[in-house]
Design a protein around this ligand. Structure first.
Ligand code: UDP
Length: 310
């Protein structure tokens, strides 16, 4: 059993992580500002300590980190549209939040910081091939730039002061309880209402959708096994077009929706990436596991969950 702080623990990935950590018998503290509500299940919520607050609050972070064995730092401003509208807050949350986490982790001898980075830092690097951790990155958004900055900062903190850390480059994680800032819940909403499914552009842009349970499993195994300061892709290694995704969601929901090809909102233009798909080889070499849930299975779990909560 460990004592673990999860920042951003009320969000989509965070809440699934918190559930697993509690199931495994850990003592969990969640720090979350609740910008998007609380996604932690009621039963799980009863077994944790919840603190509403901001990772930019240095004293608060320091108080909560004290006595913890590990810190999962998952709090972030995210969503393409939200980030485009709030670049300064996005970067402040990343940079100040990370300073607070590393400073207190070092002063309280935390064994490891596990950080939610992003595959967004590859930008247009994935045009020809699936990306590995060693290729030249190409961050363009305030979000991706700050995430890359933090990866480098963590590496420096390891070199200079011995802080252990893992940066996780997530590839379009999806699953139950995600909100409609992201494409999969958005398409579900449209499909279930028999509204048009709005594919941006020609729908030929690709992503590598990675199921939440696989993502969490990989995080927990890495946190146990890896030391030093390392970066890992968490990718499903299955490149698919947004057009295919729309067809698949239409099929899974048995929807009468039409698939409409519409121009993306203007603020997305600068951020659109034509291809993004990752290699999880490094992950597999480290833990003997990599994400393997196929999209159809994942989408059916989401559908079941939506029906249960309807
Ligand atoms: N997308 C779309 N229709 C929507 C929302 C998103 O076609 O209503 C596309 C978007 O253009 C992008 C992909 O879905 O190519 C994934 O978008 P999301 O915002 O989920 O994440 P991103 O990978 O862009 O960070």
């Amino acid at each position: 059993m460990k004592k673990i702080l999860v920042t951003g623990g009320a969000g989509f990935i965070g809440s699934h992580l918190v559930k697993r950590l509690v199931e495994e018998g850990n003592e969990v503290i969640v720090l979350d500002i609740l910008l998007r509500g609380n996604k932690i299940e009621r039963d799980v919520f009863k077994s944790i300590e919840f603190v509403k607050g901001d990772v930019k609050n240095r004293d608060l972070v320091n108080k909560l980190v004290k006595g913890c064995d590990q810190v999962y730092h998952f709090a972030a401003v995210l969503g393409v549209d939200v980030v485009a509208d709030n670049p300064v807050e996005t970067m402040d949350t990343e940079v100040i939040g990370m300073q607070n986490i590393t400073e207190s982790a070092l002063s309280h001898d935390v064994e490891k910081v596990i950080y939610a980075s992003t595959s967004g830092i590859y930008g247009h690097s994935a045009m020809q091939q699936s990306v590995t951790e060693t290729i030249q990155v190409d961050p363009r958004t305030s979000y991706a730039i700050a995430k890359r900055y933090n990866e480098i900062y963590l590496a420096a903190q390891n070199e200079e002061k011995g802080l252990n850390s893992i940066s996780l480059r997530f590839f379009n994680v999806y699953g139950p309880s995600q909100d409609s800032r992201m494409v999969i819940p958005r398409f579900f909403e449209q499909a279930l209402a028999d509204d048009d499914i709005t594919v941006f552009g020609n729908g030929k842009q690709t992503r590598d959708f990675t199921y939440i349970d696989d993502t969490i499993k990989a995080c927990l195994m890495l946190a146990d096994k890896v030391s030093g300061s390392e970066i890992f892709n968490i990718a499903n290694e299955n490149e698919m077009t947004i057009d295919q995704l729309a067809q698949e969601i239409k099929k899974v929901t048995n929807s009468k929706s039409k698939i409409e090809y519409v121009q993306a909102p203007k603020k997305r233009y600068d951020y659109e990436v034509e291809r993004r798909f990752g290699s999880s080889d490094k992950l597999f070499n480290a833990i003997g596991y990599k994400p393997n849930t196929d999209l159809n299975t994942g989408l059916n779990v989401i559908l079941k969950n939506l029906k249960q909560n309807a």
